[in-house]
Design a protein. Structure first.
Length: 425
């Protein structure tokens, strides 16, 4: 059977940045930097082992044994006598006072701009938050289409904000669309954040990857936004080591401190600062964070010169973007030219296979049916665009698929051969 060409996952298919491996100074096995299929098994095993470890936690074991044996319990760290009166009185007042909402769940509402990076939704829901979906709308006409043609409806965004809304997630440049928000658009979002006192989570992991002369702007730099913005970055996306899962966050002290506490308790390890305190960057993998810090320090010395890795990677990625757009357009797809990120969204309407199984009466989105058809019939793996939307806005996305273009020239050539034959059989 012919091999399936994978243009779906968002990991660049090259060696990690050279400056990183030098930074790590420990002979990295390059192939291990890339997301692997076995990751899910590893993850399940890790979770199982964590559950087992917790069951075997000496504190829990001894506490259980103390109860079973009627032991004098000097084990656990709590005073076994009455608490301070002030505090119990305050509790009583809180329980009987007028603020009855203190007795109820309060779930923070968080706005996700669609298309969204899929883990956002799950992460929010696991923590009891309610995602509120606000889609970007395509204003596409004519043949030349760009990710810039997908825009926010300002009124719709503002209408989505209620008393319970706490935050907006802004992914800029935006996976999977490749949209890079311009100053006017960022100002619209910033004004809504300020007016309604919202926190902005600015996921800027693709900040270095913009094309066609488009510049990325940090929303945190707009007036009034630093105090309410957490900006996220990723070594994986910056230095092409997507398996490292090392990142950083920047923001004002009052927000970063909360994250540090959260991180500390979730990872039972001291947060590590990858650079000076100024950048407040945290993660758990010490040698990898050291490598990221060293790589940045080296990179900063040559930034904006042709030797800069960030410059050469961006240039190479742009060339690959242009190639894949051409292959897609030649085969009857319509590429929405991305201004950033790793991906192209392509309109499948006029490509063979688009109407495949359309009449089938299932709830599956058309683009998902198409992707399943393409992987079997064309040996090409692409991602349905609709997985990045809520069900209620699926109709905006069903005629597109996502393809990752940061692949070796060899892989892109194989994809080209498939596209060249697309309508011939
Ligand atoms: C938009 C976005 N945010 C965050 C991440 C996570 O980055 P990392 O894998 O480096 O943690 C990704 C990875 O694909 C992404 O696309």
């Amino acid at each position: 059977m012919a091999a399936v060409i994978r243009n779906d996952l968002g990991s660049a298919q090259y060696y990690g940045a050279e400056c990183l491996s030098k930074g790590a100074n420990k002979g990295i096995n390059h192939t291990r930097n890339i997301h692997e299929d076995e990751m899910s098994t590893t993850h399940i095993n890790a979770t199982k082992s964590l559950i087992q470890q917790m069951a075997e936690d000496p504190m829990l074991v001894l506490d259980r044994m103390a109860f079973q044996n009627g032991a004098v319990d000097l084990g656990l760290g709590f005073p076994n006598f009455k608490p301070e009166k002030k505090i119990t009185e305050a509790l009583s007042e809180a329980a009987t006072g007028n603020d009855y909402m203190l007795h109820h769940y309060t779930r923070p509402y968080v706005i996700l701009l669609e298309p969204f990076y899929t883990p956002y939704k799950d992460m929010l829901m696991i923590r009891g938050a309610v995602p509120v979906f606000v889609p970007l709308h395509p204003c596409l006409d004519g043949d030349k289409q760009s990710s810039a043609d997908w825009v926010i409806d300002k009124a719709q965004l503002e209408n989505a904000v209620t008393q319970r809304t706490k935050a907006i997630f802004l992914n800029n440049p935006m996976n999977p669309l490749g949209k890079v928000f311009d100053r006017e658009e960022l100002l619209d979002i910033a004004n809504i954040c300020i007016k309604h006192d919202l926190t902005c989570v600015a996921d800027e992991v693709y900040q270095w990857l913009t094309y066609g002369g488009k510049h990325h702007m940090h929303i945190a730099k707009l007036p009034g936004m630093w105090q309410r913005t957490i900006t996220l970055g990723s070594a994986g996306k910056t230095f092409n080591v997507t398996g490292w899962k090392v990142g950083w966050c920047l923001g004002p002290k009052h927000l970063i401190q909360v994250l540090q506490n959260y991180h500390f308790f979730c990872h039972s390890d001291q947060p590590q600062y990858t650079t000076s305190k100024k950048t407040q960057s945290i993660n758990t993998e010490k040698s990898e964070s050291e490598a990221v810090a060293v790589a940045f320090e080296k990179e900063m010395l040559i930034l904006n010169t042709p030797d800069s890795y960030l410059h050469t990677f961006r240039k190479m990625a742009e060339e690959k973007r242009n190639k894949l757009c051409k292959y897609l357009n030649n085969a009857g797809f319509k590429a929405i030219v991305p201004e950033g990120c790793f991906y192209i969204i392509a309109d499948i309407t006029n490509a063979q296979g688009a109407l495949m199984n359309k009449s089938e009466n299932t709830d599956e989105a058309l683009d998902y049916k198409f992707a399943k058809w393409a992987v079997v019939e064309k040996k090409l793996c692409v991602m349905p665009f609709s997985i990045f939307f809520s069900k209620q806005h699926r109709h905006l996305s069903e005629k597109y698929v996502r393809l990752c273009f940061v692949k070796t020239d060899e892989t892109l050539k194989k994809a080209k051969d498939i596209f060249d034959q697309w309508n011939k059989n």
